[in-house]
Design a protein around this ligand. Structure first.
Ligand code: ST9
Ligand code: ZN
Ligand code: ZN
Length: 334
């Protein structure tokens, strides 16, 4: 693995065989591909009701868009990007994968953005995500895509987890997450921080600064933005595990899905990401459709991010030749 130093150039000195899986997140081959165990679902009705109310409210919010002020719509798009970075640059690339390091001010900023995204606290999110990578598409995968689109998209949040998720999850080392004071504080004050950054602040700003009605502001800037952010994230688990191209490893389901990438700020390059989970960019194509990588690089320029891990190009190419699907490329060349 070639870490990038605080500037934009990769270090050329590290040995080729150091493309390490330090967190041990590459999938366990023998279990990979097993059919899911058929067992009765334990539905959590509270979650079903809350998710239904959220989605109906988000549809209602769509009808308020024509009467909203322009500033309100710009503010919503801006918040969406921030909310997404709390997941992509924060919970995902920094804390779940440790694919780069961040100094304290950046970690605090990302934890705040993460609370704005309201997708469980970072420790819980990262633990589920680590178990997803290691036991991908087995019963131990919290959103096992072998159980279908609906289950991997939202259904997994509406039922009790398969016992294997908890068994295997407990075997994973999350001591690094528990040792981070920023994450411990975020966990301790999670619900108040969600109330403030996901709902109150997004609603108050348009009302206070440009006189938007509180109702329009709440439904568009808080509810609609939150709901779209959730669905964009869930599409990585559902659509990007079902549809797309597999240029790096044809033996796994995660795929390169450009539509998901567009909404998920660069997280739809999912065949690359499951093949090389250590890479901070989640792609070999740099900033292309990837605001998250641009953000981390910008933070590196400011000295706030460092040790960005990138897979050397020749290593990617050699893996591609060994395990990738080249039929699509061959079709394009013909
Ligand atoms: C949400 C999360 O939406 C979305 C995550 C998506 C991940 C995407 C990944 C893709 C990567 C790229 C990112 C793209 C980003 C794009 C951005 C664009 C904007 N290991 O949970 P409980 C144990 S959240 C080990 O209650 P149940 C543990 O002991 C939305 N142990 O299980 C735990 O106790 P504790 C808002 C585990 O009862 C105990 O079990 N939230 C593990 O089965 C009980 O845990 C919601 O909608 C594990 N992995 O209930 C609902 N898991 O931790 C939130 C559990 O205290 N969730 N244990 O020691 C729930 O209500 C429940 O978790 C449940 C399951 C009903 C789903
Ligand atoms: Zn990941
Ligand atoms: Zn995945």
């Amino acid at each position: 693995m070639a870490p990038k130093s605080s500037n934009t150039e990769p270090s050329p000195t590290l040995p080729e065989d150091d493309v390490t899986d330090t967190l041990g997140l590459l999938p366990i081959a023998p279990e990979h591909g097993q059919a899911p165990e058929k067992r009765p679902l334990q539905i959590v009705w509270k979650n079903v009701i809350l998710m239904s109310v959220l989605h109906v409210s988000a549809v209602a919010a769509c009808f308020m868009i024509p009467q909203a002020k322009w500033y309100t719509l710009i503010w919503t798009v801006f918040l969406y990007q921030l909310n997404a970075l709390g997941i992509t640059a924060g919970a995902h690339r920094l804390w779940s994968h440790r694919s780069y390091k961040a100094r304290l001010p950046l970690r605090i900023f990302l934890a705040v953005l993460n609370s704005m995204s309201f997708q469980n606290d970072v420790i819980e999110w990262a633990r589920d995500h680590r178990v997803h990578h290691k036991y991908s598409e087995t019963d131990a995968d919290p959103h096992n895509a072998k159980r279908g689109f609906f289950f991997s998209h939202v259904g997994w949040l509406l039922v009790r987890k398969h016992p294997e998720v908890k068994n295997k999850g407990k075997q994973l080392d999350i001591s690094d997450l528990l040792a981070d004071p920023v994450l411990r504080i975020q966990r301790k004050f999670y619900l108040p921080s969600v109330a403030l950054f996901c709902f109150i602040l997004p609603t108050i700003v348009p009302w206070y600064f440009w006189g938007e009605s509180l109702m329009t502001s709440y439904f568009i800037c808080a509810i609609f933005r939150y709901c779209i952010g959730l669905n964009a994230t869930w599409l990585v688990n559902s659509a990007a595990h079902l549809w797309g191209w597999r240029p790096y490893d044809v033996g796994i389901n995660p795929s390169e899905n450009y539509i998901v990438t567009l909404f998920a700020l660069g997280e739809g390059f999912h065949n690359y990401h499951h093949t090389f989970p250590q890479d901070y960019a989640t792609t070999e194509f740099g900033w292309l459709l990837n605001l998250s990588t641009f953000f981390i690089d910008a933070c590196a320029c400011l000295g706030l991010a460092y040790d960005r891990k990138a897979i050397p190009k020749h290593f990617v190419n050699s893996r591609r030749c060994k395990t990738g699907d080249r039929s699509e490329l061959a079709r394009k060349i013909k």
